[in-house]
Write a protein that binds this ligand. Sequence first.
Ligand SMILES: [Zn+2]
Length: 208
Amino acid sequence: MVWHTVPTLVQRVFPERIWNGNPENNRIYLTFDDGPVPGVTDFVLDELAKRNQVATFFVVGDNVCKHPELARRILDSGHQIGNHTFNHLNGWKTDLNSYIESVVQCQESLRDLLAFEAIFFRPPYGLLTQSQAKLVRETHQIAMWSLLSGDYDEQLRSEEILEKTKIHSAQGKIVVFHDQEKTAKVLPNFLPHYLDYVLDQGWSTSTL
Ligand SMILES: [Zn+2]
């Protein structure tokens, strides 16, 4: 089952993490995880650019090393980049040292290749232990989300993804999408419609 929205109770357990953005000025916060991946990330950037909108990309360090020019294009287009570990680690299955090493390695790839210092971090799968979170917070703000699009869920049709994401969208929400191989086919079916819907509501997108 896809857990589209995050219950307030969960948000209260981790008040030091970012769950929502500032709803002022009709803003909504779109985020894209796991790239940069040629093709799908280019598509997302093109669709955002067509509508003059911005997003935050939580990148995997290994992908940044493989496709630095694409990562550069994200920054040059006015978007925000956040750290998503070097190799997309599951915090619950990774010891503290290896986890922090992967966060640092992602940070170094951004620094070395883009001269960029990420201030936001999103844990892959949303999973990290309290001790991992404590250390990550020394250098980053942990950015979670308030709405999952479910774009990676192969059980869902693109119409369902679009409808559910539209229904749960509101000002101040942080919405998660993925620019990766698994979503490359489904994104073109709903992302342009979703972006048009956002603009039709009178909202505008903002980076974190
Ligand atoms: Zn991820």
